[in-house]
Write a protein that binds this ligand. Structure first.
Ligand SMILES: [Zn+2]
Length: 543
């Protein structure tokens, strides 16, 4: 029972209320007089005017990737190669025997001399070590890792990448596509390691108010572990997962029914790369790199065939598309699939970061869902316009354009690329400002969302994107009792320092802020910042 609350129902028929009654896992009353629902054993939460919304859902994130990140050795704060190496040697002691040692966050530009590190300083560890650079675009490895990968002075450079050498011998640093030469030798994680990572990632979600996640691309081995956890009733949130797919080899089976809080009926494809590293595929050259239009992770013809085959087998398709040409190609593929398989397909464009004006009508015609990440805009705003120029930027991170077109909109964070808290997403969506309130008035402020639009994107929109809008995403009678409550009455002006008070999943409290404790502050102590949600080069991430 919740009383004296600012209830934002996201139900257009009854947008506001002050009381909610819950019985078991479901909402039994929404209104202003719940007195007849209060019995001697009713658990009453008086919110004193503070807000409650439907439970927040991250519609694009990587819980498994978060788990990998959380157990990697963090090197970001270290000021020299020697200090980083010492941290790795120390950290390796707590990594179970037989596992590769993973770390992240080094940046030689912050070290004296600004030169790349070398395998020498980490060769004291006799098992493979792989340390990812802060931007995710290079790795620093030891001799054991190179040995495991069969790399010698004779190994040729990979196209699109570089093996850093000293008098021909590899130094242990591998840049861009050369990283795969080492990473592909990494043994596949056994189920118990996958389970440990999933549990670690899942354990972080309740405190930031999440009641559900859309896990965006997992290997089947990880899915099997999630299913097991779900069957045992051990998922603290609803997990709507996507199979990590390859359009050239689309799945030949069909989605299986939900297990407990777990459901997987979608497949994730990639059309292109990311904007920061100029891998996003554009119709015309990058403004700051003439001659370069980015890359296709999947060529349009292959993508069209892959989408068609996946839809034919009953899969919902979600495709990563960041550049305008990639978004256009995905929409063409979706239109073709809709034509041959008319129905309620809910095909999703993940990131949808830059859309060309001529493709906006296709978004509507394909009934596509815009799955976008408000914090990507505020992370990328310092350099995004340099990449695409003054004209194309008008179609970049263009949330309001999507809303105005009536395109279904689901919001997420893409954690661990960005930080976990959906509250940061609400703030970014409403202000288009960074954490310091810059730029004043917001970046391209005409694309800001209203507070209710932002909440809807993290609730009702996410429910729609997972075919769950008839029982999740609104505070309404008969709906699942997934709720998030806050430490204040929400207003567009006070989102910056917002904190969660209660997280409720299926009628059960999964997080409660203790009033004598300081509010939960999410630390940024995980994850290299990798811009734009590109295929994650961090070893072991399923992205
Ligand atoms: Zn992602």
């Amino acid at each position: 029972m919740i009383l004296h609350a600012d209830v934002r129902t996201m139900d257009a028929a009854h947008p506001h209320a002050t009381a909610i009654a819950i019985s078991g896992a479901n909402i039994t009353y929404v209104g202003d007089d719940a007195s007849s629902f209060i019995g001697p054993h009713t658990d009453v939460h008086d919110l004193g005017g503070r807000s409650v919304t439907p439970g927040l859902v991250d519609a694009h994130c990587h819980v498994y990737g978060l788990g990998v990140d959380l157990e990697s050795i963090d090197l970001r704060a270290l000021a020299t190669e020697q200090a980083a190496a010492a941290a790795v040697i120390e950290g390796a002691k707590r990594i179970p025997a037989g596992e590769w040692v993973l770390g992240r966050g080094w940046d030689q530009n912050r070290w004296p001399g600004q030169t790349f590190p070398s395998h020498d300083t980490i060769d004291a560890i006799d098992r493979p070590v792989v340390l990812t650079r802060i931007d995710g675009h290079a790795i620093w490895v030891n001799t054991a890792a190179m040995k495991a990968a069969g790399i010698t002075s004779n190994t040729p450079n990979a196209e699109g990448g570089k093996i850093v050498r000293r008098s021909n011998a590899p130094t242990g640093v591998f840049v861009d596509l050369a990283m795969a030469l080492v990473i592909r030798a990494m043994p596949s994680a056994p189920p118990e390691v996958r389970e440990r990572r999933l549990r670690n990632g899942l354990s972080k979600l309740a405190a930031v108010g999440l009641t559900g996640v859309h896990e965006m691309g997992l290997e089947r081995e990880t899915i099997a572990v999630l299913e097991k956890l779900a069957a045992a009733g051990q998922l603290p949130v609803h997990v709507y997962a996507y199979l990590l797919g390859d359009p050239a080899h689309p799945p030949e089976d069909s989605p299986k029914p939900a297990v407990g809080r777990f459901e997987m009926r979608g497949v994730k494809f990639y059309a292109d790369g990311a904007l920061g590293s100029r891998g996003a595929r554009l119709y015309a050259d990058y403004d700051d790199d003439p001659g370069n239009r980015g890359l296709w992770v999947t060529e349009p013809a292959t993508l069209t065939r892959g989408v068609e085959a996946a839809v034919a087998h009953g899969w919902q398709v979600a495709t990563h598309a960041i550049g305008d040409a990639a978004v256009g190609a995905v929409l063409d593929a979706y239109l073709a699939a809709e034509k041959s398989h008319p129905g309620d397909l809910r095909l999703r464009v993940e990131h949808n970061q830059i859309i060309a004006p001529q493709d906006e009508p296709k978004m509507v015609a394909a009934h596509a869902i815009a799955s976008m990440q408000p914090t990507h805009a505020t992370s990328d705003m310092p350099w995004a316009e340099a990449r695409v120029g003054k004209v194309r930027i008008q179609g970049a991170y263009a949330w309001r354009k999507m809303l105005a077109l009536g395109v279904p909109f689901a919001a997420g964070s893409d954690f661990p690329v960005e930080r976990i808290s959906p509250l940061l997403g609400l703030y970014a969506a409403v202000t288009r400002q960074d954490a310091d309130g810059n730029p004043p008035g917001g970046w391209y402020p005409d694309q800001r969302m209203s507070l209710d639009e932002a909440i809807a994107a993290f609730t009702r929109g996410a429910a729609y994107a997972s075919f769950a809008e008839d029982h999740r995403g609104m505070i309404a009678v008969g709906f699942e009792a997934d709720l998030t409550t806050y430490d204040r009455a929400l207003s567009p002006m006070n989102l910056k320092d917002l904190a969660v008070e209660l997280t409720i999943v299926d009628g059960k409290i999964t997080y409660q802020h203790a009033h004598d404790a300081p509010p939960h502050v999410e630390t940024a102590a995980y994850g290299p910042k990798m811009e734009g949600g590109g295929p994650a080069p961090t070893p072991g991430i399923d992205d």
